[in-house]
Write a new protein. Structure first.
Length: 385
């Protein structure tokens, strides 16, 4: 076809090409480009998309299925945008397609790995310069349409993520308010009881009330520590004080902290020394044991051993374990399982995300293991001293 044989006027061609940009999805954009190219170039040609990055084709029209398809495109997509292909290596594949000679117009979409629009004439009639220009214009407009589709998809995805984050933060505020209010209510009730009935209640009763106050104050302290740690991790300002940490002694201290609420068994190799932040290590163990207290069942055990150049600390309980569908999100912020695993307990949904951030800050890691038929372990790995 010569330059004088353009299949459409310039205005109609421009209008058709611009119309590709109104596509709202990748399939729509590709189909609009094929329809436009078929109208402006050659209705009898075969049109296909070549994905340079993935080395595969997305056939748009007129192409039979065959195992030789990928090889065919490899032969047809030479650097020259306008070429005739016929050589010994191509003949078996072309014969399988029922072709004896072809002419190819290759119009790059633009952008790295964006691919190209292929127009193939089985007759072998060469494409004119004007047709190449139209093909380039169609491909360029398609490239812009695809980019706009990707931008809109990213925007919608980010919008959904922001909405989810906003919902999670709203739930976090509600959960945190509840977590703060519960121990404060207990402390207020215990102090009111002591003050109002000081002269009538026994010393033993007074001690029990003081233990309630102490336990709830520790609960408040852990919650505040978690909130502060979460804020620091979010801001990227976790500055660990790395030194040698006696993990057996740390486990003993945490067991004593929970003695009023839970009997924690310590089975840690001695000595067991890690390179870590002592305060952060203690906070990680407190979160692990606190989870066992809330969601697990006794006995709860802190065990530890050396593994080559790392230390493994493990907090194990005999509870129902974490629901399998929740495990992938276990260490995310503001998350709690919605099944029976957590219905009898509440929390801010921050603890395990903090554990993950604190462990990674010193080159460590955390993970969860399920035991059969019951029980689970939260595991901390730290660099050995």
């Amino acid at each position: 076809m010569t330059d004088q044989q353009r299949p459409a006027g310039a205005h109609r061609a421009a209008s058709a090409i611009v119309g590709i940009g109104r596509s709202r999805s990748v399939p729509d954009a590709l189909q609009a480009a094929v329809d436009t190219a078929s109208e402006l170039l050659d209705a009898n040609a075969v049109y296909a998309w070549w994905d340079d990055g993935a080395e595969r084709t997305a056939v748009a029209s007129g192409m039979p299925a065959t195992d030789g398809l990928a090889q065919t495109w490899a032969l047809l997509t030479e650097p020259e945008p306008l070429c005739a292909v016929r050589d010994a290596s191509s003949e078996p594949v072309l014969a399988a397609l029922g072709w004896t000679k072809v002419a190819v117009l290759r119009a790059p979409l633009g952008g790295p790995g964006a691919g190209a629009l292929l127009a193939i004439r089985r007759s072998g009639e060469a494409f004119a310069d004007a047709e190449q220009e139209l093909g380039d214009a169609v491909a360029a407009q398609t490239g812009m349409a695809l980019e706009m589709v990707h931008v809109e998809e990213r925007y919608r995805r980010l919008e959904a993520e922001l909405a989810t984050a906003e919902q999670l933060k709203t739930e976090f505020v509600a959960m945190t308010s509840h977590e703060l209010r519960t121990p404060l209510t207990s402390i207020r009730a215990a102090t009111s009881m002591i003050r109002s009935y000081w002269d009538t209640i026994t010393d033993e009763r007074k001690m029990r009330l003081l233990e309630v106050i102490e336990g709830q104050a520790q609960r408040l302290s852990r919650l505040v520590e978690n909130i502060l740690a979460a804020a620091n991790i979010e801001a990227g300002v976790v500055l660990p004080r790395i030194t040698t940490v006696d993990l057996a002694a740390a486990a003993d201290d945490v067991a004593r902290d929970f003695a009023a609420e839970l009997d924690v068994v310590v089975a840690v190799e001695r000595p067991l020394i890690a390179e870590a932040d002592p305060d952060h290590t203690r906070q990680i163990l407190i979160n692990f044991v606190g989870n066992s207290l809330k969601y697990g069942e006794p006995p709860v055990t802190i065990s530890g051993r050396r593994q080559d150049r790392s230390i493994e600390l493990r907090v194990t309980d005999c509870g129902p374990g974490v629901p399998p569908d929740f495990v992938p999100r276990l260490f995310d912020r503001f998350t709690q399982a919605s099944s029976g695993y957590s219905r009898h307990a509440s929390g801010s949904g921050l603890g395990l995300s903090i554990v993950k951030g604190l462990a990674e800050a010193v080159g460590g890691s955390v993970h969860y293991e399920e035991h059969q038929p019951t029980g689970s372990s939260f595991v901390l790995h730290l660099p050995a001293s």
